[in-house]
Write a protein that binds this ligand. Sequence first.
Ligand code: FMN
Ligand code: 173
Length: 355
Amino acid sequence: MRTIAEFEATARERLDPAHYDYFAGGAQDEITLRENEEAYKRLRLVPRVLRGSDKRDLSVDLLGTPSSMPILVAPTAFHRLAHPDGELATARAAARAGTIMIVSMASTTAIEDIAAAAREVAPDPGLWFQLYLQPDLEFTEAIVRRAENAGVKAFVVTVDSPVLGRRERDDRNAFHDLPPGLAVENLRNIGENRSGGTASHVRDIVMSALNWDHIAWLRSKTRLPVLIKGLLHAEDARLAVHHGVAGIVVSNHGGRQLDTVPATIDVLPEIAAAVGGALPVLLDGGIRRGTDVVKALALGADAVGVGRPVVWGLAAGGREGVSEVLEMLRADFDQALALCGGRHPADLTPDQVRR
Ligand SMILES: Cc1cc2nc3c(=O)[nH]c(=O)nc-3n(C[C@H](O)[C@H](O)[C@H](O)COP(=O)(O)O)c2cc1C
Ligand SMILES: O=C(O)C(=O)c1ccccc1
């Protein structure tokens, strides 16, 4: 296969239609879902020339975690719906690629098992852990300890989900539960009334009361870097710096939360300006081509995340499929970087992108 779109087509053929819709879909009219990709198509690249772009080095260091390229695996839930090997396959592929996998708290495999699988492939895999903080802070702390003991290197708190977005495809398909045999393994034994086994239960674990005090609480409970994921407003980026978070992920949750919010690439310049280099800025949503990566880096991102492309690789070919997707994106980005006259991700500059 040659493109992410081809992987998606294959994944679509293989998946139960309701599961395909769960992965592919967005909130309500899916305006933001489409906009994330469309926004890149409106941007034009202006290459620099005669810069001797041989010996390129795509590697970056993000808060102490090295990554072989500035393309990370964004956290996505329920990988065993896509392939029987689930997150184990994704983790092995990410470790082999030498890139960071942000493991979803809503994984269908326990974090300990995911970390062990990654370690089979690389001695020191770059695993980060995405958290939905919960009203039961004691339980949240227990998950934090589990993830730390498993060897994760950072926490990414998702902040765009005070409530879960309304995904009409899921309503239409009545997809509200994981099939028998699958569970949100990190949430097992969450308490008497919350077995954590189903998607509908998980819907309840997003926390409407989440505020900056909870971020301070988490920072007091771990020595690992704490990033926040899912902000779109420059003022929130300034507050993130003020509150001492380690990094931010500019994200609209792949168009799955509030519909009609802007494409992430369109708010990136103002957020990068607000942060002014004080902390690393990551971005996800709609990245499908190397040129998309180049545009995001040029406009101020230090790295990007890919969500659905990884799921399509997983559904199409398990670990091998995820590896192919990651290597496809790496090669595509490398070529676009070279054509832009860059040797390293940091060589790209905002003046190389035109509207
Ligand atoms: C099927 C699916 C499940 C997701 N699950 C989570 C999750 O558990 N936690 C989270 O923070 N973000 C989750 N996201 C959002 C992704 O981390 C990311 O923001 C988004 O997928 C990026 O857009 P892209 O799919 O266009 O690359 C999910 C996205 C998808 C498509
Ligand atoms: O589907 C999602 O986008 C998501 O973030 C999520 C949240 C809770 C449980 C499972 C997935």
